[in-house]
Design a protein around this ligand. Sequence first.
Ligand SMILES: N=c1c2ncn([C@@H]3O[C@H](COP(=O)(O)OP(=O)(O)OP(=O)(O)O)[C@@H](O)[C@H]3O)c2ncn1[C@@H]1O[C@H](COP(=O)(O)O)[C@@H](O)[C@H]1O
Ligand SMILES: [Mg+2]
Ligand SMILES: [Zn+2]
Length: 133
Amino acid sequence: MSDPARETGTLLDVKYDANGLVPAIVQDHESGEILMMGWMNEGALKQTLETKLASFYSRSRQKFWIKGESSGNTQEVVEARIDCDQDTIILKVKSNGPCCHVGYNSCFYRKITGPESLETVDEKAYDPSEVYK
Ligand SMILES: N=c1c2ncn([C@@H]3O[C@H](COP(=O)(O)OP(=O)(O)OP(=O)(O)O)[C@@H](O)[C@H]3O)c2ncn1[C@@H]1O[C@H](COP(=O)(O)O)[C@@H](O)[C@H]1O
Ligand SMILES: [Mg+2]
Ligand SMILES: [Zn+2]
């Protein structure tokens, strides 16, 4: 359904889902590479906008999470955008190191090559066991 105020207005009026969360896609501000997608609640979005450090709500760990709090691989927010119906956020960031805790720069290091198959298409960027102790 069309919602002109939300779609064309200048008021930030985020449409959180039933769990109070909104997806935030994190993109490298220079290369455009997609690094990860995290969930934000209202508090995480507020913190992100205030501190300019990408922060999320982790559903599995059920806690507020500043990306890089243990690895040091923080993400400085250069620009934040929201889509037409205000239910998806994009953070353009300057990443202080690789993003993915598995060892790749981006979390999207595998291509889906068939109904049940994957292919790794990125090079490992670092050894996670050296970073996450
Ligand atoms: N570091 C990461 C990390 N970096 C990027 N991502 C991406 O962030 C997404 C969201 O994080 P979670 O899975 O924790 O949150 P969620 O999707 O709400 O929870 P689930 O429903 O998936 O269980 C993941 O699906 C990954 O694609 C990461 N997910 C988890 N971590 C863990 O976060 C912790 C802190 O790491 P740093 O932030 O790097 O210090 C460590 O324990 C890491 O293992
Ligand atoms: Mg997840
Ligand atoms: Zn990852």
